[in-house]
Design a protein around this ligand. Sequence first.
Ligand code: SAM
Length: 250
Amino acid sequence: MLKTDYAKVSKVYDKNKGRIDFPRDEEIEKLLETKESITVLDLACGTGNYLLGQQQHYEGKNIRWIGIDLSPEMLDIAKSKNLSAEFINANAESFNLEEESVDLIVCNFAFHHFENKQKCLEKIYATLKKGGVLRFRNVEPECMKEWWVYKYCPETFFEDKFRFWPKDLMIYELKKNHFANISAKLEYYEKYKPINELVENYKRRDSSQLAMIDDESYNKGLQRVIQEVSQGETEYKDVVALLEIRCEKR
Ligand SMILES: C[S@@+](CC[C@H](N)C(=O)[O-])C[C@H]1O[C@@H](n2cnc3c(N)ncnc32)[C@H](O)[C@@H]1O
């Protein structure tokens, strides 16, 4: 499995505005209906955008916020946002938190990076309180084969087959690991955007797909993009399939 160098990606990660806005997480509201205080863990929190958004939405509520990430550089950016959260530099497979201490664990756009996913699920299960909720959000590569990254760098699609667990496998593994009430929601979006944005997006190289491949493959893809633009295209198609999986510890 190819690795993404988040020390490098951290320098451009927040320049992609699509990554910054996290809507209000209704799961937190539901938990607060029955509990006076809760603990929320953002596993592989990156630059802290989910935590930042939720702290604004739930200001004044009794919530202990924790962010864990393997990359010190991504965490440094999260810390610079003056959040009232505890940040832990650790691997999602072996972090050190008290057992049965967390009400909600979210993992956004990160599970594909974890080498030992099985171990990570066991760790999550041990860390969640009984009745606690686990929620993954990520893209679903199998349902977005037309994505421009895969189109111009087809090798990234094959790499993603190694990195991502598709929906049914996720559900199967969650069941095997004793999670209950598992539900999945898959949403697909497509939009035509100005072609000059394609060049910008490609050159930013902030997606793990473009960051993990070698420079030669990356530059070949860039040539394909430049060729497309030179043919007079004015728009390109952007697609995304978003998968949300939610489950509980009983
Ligand atoms: C695409 S970013 C997502 C960050 C954040 N969740 C968000 O939605 O913006 C993936 C993150 O996973 C982190 N990561 C990769 N492997 C990890 C691991 N084994 N344990 C913990 N974090 C990891 C990276 O450092 C990076 O910050």
